[in-house]
Write a protein that binds this ligand. Structure first.
Ligand code: NAD
Length: 243
C-alpha cells in the first residue's frame, strides 16, 4: 500500500518514448492520473492505448513559455517527473555554439522552468514531489560528454537546493541518475562495438538499464514509501559510479 499512487496527479515530460514513456505507464499502473507531455500526438495516442490506468496527453514543447503557464494553471499537481532531455556526444574541442545552447536550454533551462512552474502550484497546495531526471553523468565525467555532464551536474545542484528551500512547504525534490539505457537516444551509440565494450567494462553488474528499471525508481520516489527522501539522487547505474 505504501507504494500506491491512487488518485495522485502526475505530470511526465518527454513521455512519448524511452524513459518518460515507461515512467508514465508505471505511474498510471500504480494508480496515478497521468498527464503525459510530448511533442508528437501519435506517440501520446499509442501511450494512452497501452496504459493500464488513466493517461491524458498534452502536446507541448518543454522549452515553450506557454507550457509553464499551463502547469501553473493546473487545479492540482502531486508529482512532476521532469524527464525531457537530450544529448549530442562529441569531443569538447568540436562543440559548436548551437549544440551548447540547445543542451543548456533543454537540459537546464527547461528543467528549471518546469520545476519552477510545478513548485508554484505545489507551494500553494503545500504538498508535492518533484523528480528531476539526471544521469550517472550528473555524478562523474566521461569522454565526449562535457556539455551533457555539465547540464546533469546542474540538475543535481538544482535538486539539492530546491529540496532545502521547498521542504517547509511539504514538497520533496529528488533526482534519478540512470546509467546507459537502451532508448532511441542511445541506440546509435551502441551500434559502435568499441563504445559498447567501454560501457560494459564500466558497469560492474554488466547490464544496461531498461526504461522499466528507471520507472520503478521513479514510482518508489513518488510514493509515500519515500516520504523522508529528499535532496537525494537515486543512482540506477549497475555500480558505474561506485568504482
Ligand atoms: P529519448 O531521446 O528516448 O527521450 C527523450 C524524450 O524527451 C523524448 O520523448 C523527446 O521527444 C523528449 N523531448 C526532447 N526535447 C523535447 C522538447 N523540447 N519538448 C518536449 N519533449 C522533448 O531519451 P531518454 O533516454 O528516454 O531520455 C529521457 C531522460 O533520461 C533525459 O533527460 C536523459 O538525459 C536521461 N537519461 C537517459 C539515459 C539513457 O541512456 N537513455 C541515461 C541517463 C539519463
Amino acid at each position: 500500500m505504501q507504494f500506491s499512487l491512487d488518485d495522485q496527479v502526475a505530470l511526465v515530460t518527454g513521455a512519448g518514448r524511452g524513459i518518460g514513456r515507461a515512467t508514465a505507464l508505471a505511474l498510471a499502473e500504480a494508480g496515478a492520473r497521468v498527464i503525459a507531455v510530448a511533442r508528437t500526438a501519435a506517440d501520446l495516442d499509442a501511450l494512452a492505448a497501452e496504459a493500464r490506468g488513466r493517461v491524458e496527453g498534452w502536446v507541448a514543447d518543454v522549452t515553450d513559455a506557454g507550457f509553464y503557464a499551463r502547469i501553473e494553471a493546473l487545479p492540482r499537481l502531486d508529482i512532476l517527473v521532469n524527464n525531457a532531455g537530450g544529448n549530442r556526444p562529441m569531443p569538447m574541442v568540436d562543440v559548436d555554439d548551437e549544440t551548447l545552447d540547445w543542451l543548456i536550454t533543454l537540459n537546464v533551462r527547461s528543467v528549471y522552468k518546469t520545476a519552477q512552474a510545478a513548485a508554484r502550484r505545489m507551494t500553494e497546495q503545500r504538498s508535492g514531489v518533484i523528480i528531476n531526471m539526471s544521469s550517472q553523468m550528473g555524478h562523474v565525467g566521461s569522454p565526449r560528454r562535457t556539455v551533457y555532464c555539465m547540464t546533469k551536474h546542474a540538475v543535481e545542484g538544482l535538486t539539492k537546493a530546491m529540496a532545502v528551500e521547498l521542504a517547509p512547504f511539504g514538497i520533496r525534490v529528488v533526482a534519478v541518475a540512470p546509467t546507459f539505457v537502451k532508448t532511441p537516444m542511445t541506440e546509435q551509440m551502441f551500434a559502435d562495438p568499441e563504445f559498447s565494450r567501454f560501457v560494459f567494462d564500466m558497469i560492474p553488474l554488466k547490464t544496461l538499464a531498461t526504461p522499466e528499471d528507471v520507472a520503478a525508481g521513479v514510482v518508489y520516489l513518488a510514493s509515500p514509501a519515500a516520504r523522508l527522501v529528499t535532496g537525494e539522487s537515486l543512482r540506477i547505474d549497475g555500480g558505474w559510479t561506485a568504482r
